[in-house]
Design a binder for this molecule. Structure first.
Ligand code: HEM
Length: 323
């Protein structure tokens, strides 16, 4: 929705066709692969049109067709009032060619945004649910904070739906999300290239063109940064001792949203969306991770679960749902 203004309708028969979502997966896997082999290697594969590069070419064709279709539909009904990203680009002359028609830049930018926006939330949410389901103290903390809001919204035992405006500011919900992102950041690695020769704060010299990889995943699990219990899921570490506010944690220590001028501009939207969805699940259901489900990360640019998250979901009895 945010990228193209089209509702992917993932719960209905009109959802974005599977071959489009599969193509997005292929792009992410190929991007990861390109980071793990020498540039000459994947360029040779591309030239020979074999292996992952061949798959990637096929995915590019699918995504280009899909994006062109979305752009043409939007151009035809250009109202100038929509707030999705595509509408902004369509209204920006830089993204149109001399005849005012959409060019490669617009199409490629849309594909980039579709791929980049779909995955982080879809990655963060299952890890959060997994962490809550396997850490009863976190579940208790979240429900305790939600109880007064649920009591106000009480609808005679039906499902209580929390909105972003109700949960986005709640301390414990945010703390649980940040703690989950610390351990399972959707973007595992930050990749930067030095524009000029420079010296890093650590004293390391870098030369123009050098690639610098920062493992956000490892940083979230370093004792020197987070203490001896760095591997534990403990939302309380984010909250001040008197419980009145979130602790200040510098963005260069906690980097799932990156830091500096290219930090994520969608952070607040992501927090609002995820906390509302997680609160609704946690309040209304007991979620039990199946013993046979071996939760493992999948190698890709975005930290997904290799086998998905298999859970048993049980509606909480309305008698319990007041605490
Ligand atoms: C849990 C969810 C999310 C995470 C972990 C996340 C993480 C990130 C990270 C790490 C970057 C920097 C990439 C880089 O240049 O190295 C980024 C950039 C960006 N994010 Fe997010 N993101 C999330 C959700 C969103 C959402 C929901 C939106 C839009 C509504 C969004 C919009 C953007 C945009 C437009 C940029 C590019 C900013 C720029 O380059 O100036 N993100 N995000």
């Amino acid at each position: 929705m945010v990228a193209s203004g089209t509702d992917p309708c993932t719960l209905s028969a009109d959802m974005v066709p599977m071959h489009v979502t599969a193509a997005m997966d292929t792009v992410m896997e190929a991007a990861f692969y390109r980071h793990s082999v020498p540039v000459t290697f994947w360029k040779l594969m591309r030239w020979m049109n074999i292996g992952r590069e061949r798959k990637l070419s096929g995915a590019e064709v699918v995504l280009r067709r899909f994006a062109t279709d979305k752009i043409n539909t939007r151009m035809a009904s250009r109202s100038g009032t929509s707030s999705d990203i595509l509408s902004h680009y369509i209204n920006d002359p830089e993204y149109l060619d001399q005849d005012g028609e959409p060019g490669d830049l617009l199409r490629n930018t849309l594909i980039n945004k579709m791929v980049a926006l779909r995955d982080p939330i879809a990655s963060a949410l299952p890890w959060l649910i997994y962490n809550i389901a396997t850490n009863p103290h976190a579940l208790v903390g979240m429900r305790k904070e939600l109880a007064p809001i649920a009591a106000r919204k009480s609808n005679g035992g039906g499902t209580v739906i929390f909105g972003p405006e109700e949960t986005g500011h709640l301390l414990y919900q945010r703390a649980a999300l940040f703690e989950s992102l610390r351990l399972y950041p959707p973007g595992l690695i930050e990749h930067k290239t030095a524009l000029v020769d420079d010296v890093l704060p650590s004293g390391h010299k870098v030369h123009q063109g050098d690639n610098i990889f920062i493992s956000v995943y490892s940083m979230g699990r370093m004792e020197s940064l987070w203490g001896q219990d760095c591997r534990d899921f403990r939302p309380d570490r984010w909250i001040t001792e008197d419980g009145s506010k979130l602790r200040h944690v510098p963005s260069y220590k906690f980097m799932p949203f990156n830091t500096g001028p290219r930090a994520c501009i969608g952070k607040n939207i992501a927090v609002a969306q995820i906390t509302a969805i997680a609160a609704t699940i946690v309040w209304n259901f007991d979620v039990e991770v199946l013993e046979k489900c071996r939760v493992k990360p999948k190698l890709s640019v975005v930290l997904q679960m290799k086998n998905g998250l298999m859970v048993k979901v049980k509606k909480r009895a309305s008698a319990n749902a007041s605490r």
